[in-house]
Design a protein around this ligand. Structure first.
Ligand code: NAG
Ligand code: NAG
Ligand code: NAG
Ligand code: NAG
Ligand code: NAG
Ligand code: NAG
Ligand code: NAG
Ligand code: NAG
Ligand code: NAG
Ligand code: NAG
Ligand code: NAG
Ligand code: NAG
Length: 537
């Protein structure tokens, strides 16, 4: 019944039906009913609930609700609103504004309200929210005996034959498990909503929200971080007339996202991970054993600090260690505390001293979240899998990436991208290009020189296809997105751009990190060097 109606609705209006559905059919009363935020959110955040159609192309499919969250401008009368998506997919706007709101406020000058939201598929307050496919009890039994819970063991460049044999023996097991999981998921309590939680729907939510908050058809200021840059890229190409100011920060390559098999995107995600890890190790070595316990002796070099070459610790703990490191590298301002935590973990992995505290830390990190949101969105939006592909192809790619791109982080498991061959649902709408549409205004693309989750070349490629419609800033520092290190240069560019659209005239601007930024006590970020691994493309 619903499907028939949708087919008629869209067949008649063809492409135009999309815009009509957004602009006219799903009109909402203007303004939002702001009130306190749920949970123990900071008192300086305000929240509201906002109704959305599950499917903008089938208004009979039913409605959902977004939790919307706002941080008021901190200095003076707000000059407008910046909409922000924190990435993931699956990161909560509420959580993100609670933890990073002050940084975003600082970088944008404090004169804009910043509005985010728990997107479709996220959290307990938005509906459709978090995705669950298996109960915790089911989960334990379901994945028993596979690498889904243990991860992959590998050493060095993934060249040891027993590592490879163990790994490849899991390929048919994962084929069967992911296929069965996909079926479980589509038959589970969230199954019928999976097709509604894609990126294109989130873009339409952004536009509908802006219509309600600041008036229909108004220019939109948008700041997308990490996966939020895919939301941004799709937004500006689906709604080029609505582009007011768009900042893409910590950029994923939307062209690759739109065209490559999902499992091939992991290559990019770890493209600079070794560099950032080496920088962390070098910074720790510069700090010395008093300030960084991973530098276990006076005169230790970065190579002594880095643990990926410790071939004696072939077990699961090493995997957890790598995962902790990869996640910790996102925020350089936390590197010193990361090193302190790791020192305990490493001792327990590589030495014989397994203190109860170290065990506790490791157990906490091993907890496997059963929320399926991230793969649900990424896979729901992914290109169709060629039916001849199987986990064997995915595994070949993992071995290749580990050998040629990132020995330390290449073989993580589970990774959302790697399960898309057996996705339970495709999103009702997917934006397939073009990605170089003529925009109402120029945009700002920011990439760190060394970002362990989104290498600079992705920002470069994204700016390149836009030609003179984009200005590119290379922030000459570390971490994932520009916000975890302070660069007055970057902040000034952001503020001028938001104020009046002014962008640097050069195609590429290099912004240094502020001299005051330290990675460890006494170790300035600007004085830390990066070893060229020589294994990047
Ligand atoms: C945010 O600003 C609005 C409008 O000025 C005000 O009503 C609200 O109380 C402010 N919220 C917070 C948490 O300060
Ligand atoms: C969904 O919300 C719209 C706009 O608020 C309303 O007109 C419509 O009746 C709702 N649809 C359903 C199925 O509840
Ligand atoms: C909100 O208040 C908290 C303290 O409760 C503070 O840490 C945070 O920086 C403030 N956020 C913003 C956006 O001003
Ligand atoms: C942002 O933070 C930097 C460094 O912490 C500080 O120098 C600057 O004054 C802040 N700017 C605003 C607008 O708060
Ligand atoms: C999944 O079900 C839970 C529990 O009913 C609900 O909170 C959540 O919003 C649902 N998510 C989706 C995508 O349907
Ligand atoms: C996992 O599998 C092993 C052996 O195949 C079995 O002994 C164990 O009971 C299973 N555990 C669960 C939780 O199903
Ligand atoms: C990985 O391969 C590179 C290039 O062949 C080599 O330089 C490096 O030593 C290898 N690393 C390990 C840990 O085997
Ligand atoms: C980087 O190179 C320097 C100079 O060769 C060396 O001392 C240091 O240990 C290297 N760092 C890492 C992390 O390999
Ligand atoms: C990890 O390695 C240590 C030392 O080789 C060993 O004692 C421990 O049992 C191993 N743990 C696992 C989970 O394999
Ligand atoms: C293990 O480390 C703890 C503190 O981290 C220390 O108190 C304890 O003596 C150590 N045990 C051994 C056997 O070295
Ligand atoms: C590894 O992948 C790259 C990029 O897809 C490809 O060019 C290369 O041939 C692969 N190497 C092997 C040994 O398969
Ligand atoms: C744009 O705004 C910035 C920051 O407020 C200011 O420095 C600059 O002069 C303005 N440029 C124009 C062309 O108005």
């Amino acid at each position: 019944m619903h499907r028939e109606r949708r087919a008629v609705f869209c067949a008649i209006l063809a492409v135009g039906c999309l815009a009509v559905a957004v602009k006219n059919v799903y009109a909402q009363p203007s303004g939002l009913d702001w009130g306190p935020c749920p949970d123990s959110a900071p008192a300086n955040l305000t929240c509201a609930y906002f109704n959305i159609p599950l499917d903008y192309h089938d208004l009979f499919a039913g409605n959902g609700t977004l939790l919307v969250v706002k941080a008021n401008a901190t200095s003076g009368e707000p000059k407008g609103t910046i909409f922000m998506n924190p990435g993931g997919p699956g990161v909560s706007g509420l959580t993100s504004l609670a933890t990073d709101g002050a940084k975003l406020m600082n970088h944008s000058g404090g004169v804009y309200d910043i509005v985010s939201w728990d997107a479709r598929g996220v959290g307990p307050y938005t509906y459709p929210g978090d995705v669950f496919c298996l109960s915790d009890d089911e989960s334990t039994t379901f994945w028993n005996g596979s690498i889904e819970t243990t991860g992959i063991n590998w050493l060095g460049n993934f060249t040891i034959q027993t590592d490879l044999d163990n790994f490849y023996s899991q390929a048919p097991i994962m084929d069967a498990q992911y296929r069965a999981f996909g079926e479980k998921c589509s038959q589970g309590p969230n199954g019928t909503n999976l097709m509604y939680i894609g990126t294109a729907a989130t873009v339409r939510d952004l536009v509908t929200l802006a219509d309600a908050l600041q008036g229909p058809g108004t220019p939109i200021k948008y700041w997308g971080l990490s996966y939020g840059t895919i939301v941004g890229a799709w937004f500006m190409n689906m709604f080029p007339d609505r582009v007011g100011n768009v900042i893409l920060d910590g950029v994923l390559d939307a062209t690759a996202f739109d065209t490559k098999q999902s499992y091939q995107l992991w290559r990019d995600q770890v493209g600079s991970a070794e560099d950032v890890y080496n920088a962390f190790a070098n910074a720790c070595a510069l700090a010395g054993p008093n300030e960084c316990p991973l530098a276990r002796f006076e005169g230790a070099t970065g190579a002594d600090v880095a643990v990926h070459d410790h071939t004696s610790a072939s077990n699961i703990s090493l995997l957890q260690l790598r995962a902790s490191i990869y996640g910790g590298l996102y925020q350089p301002q936390q590197w010193a505390s990361l090193a302190n935590e790791l020192a305990g973990d490493i001792e327990s992995v590589l030495g014989s001293n397994t203190t109860s505290e170290a065990r506790r830390i490791m157990a906490k990190r091993a907890t496997y979240s059963t929320s399926y949101t991230e793969p649900a969105v990424l896979c729901g939006d992914s290109v169709n899998a060629n039916s001849s592909l199987s986990m064997k192809n995915v595994f070949d790619e993992i071995v290749n990436v580990t050998r040629t791109v990132s020995p330390s982080f290449g073989a993580f498991w589970p990774i959302p991208w790697h399960r898309c061959l057996y996705r339970p649902a495709r999103a009702v709408e997917r934006y397939e290009g073009p990605l170089n549409t003529m925009l109402a205004n120029r945009i700002l693309v920011i990439g760190n020189a060394y970002d362990n989750a989104t290498p600079f070349y992705e920002a470069q490629d994204t700016a390149d296809i836009l030609g003179n419609q984009a200005a590119l800033v290379k922030q000459n520092g570390f971490g994932h997105t520009s916000i975890y290190q302070h660069s007055t240069c970057t902040a000034n560019i952001i503020q001028a751009y938001l104020a009046n659209g002014t962008l640097p005239s050069d195609a590429l601007t290099v912004c240094e990190i502020d001299d005051s930024e330290e990675l460890f006590p006494g170790v300035k970020s600007v004085s830390v060097t990066v070893n060229n691994t020589g294994i990047k493309e």
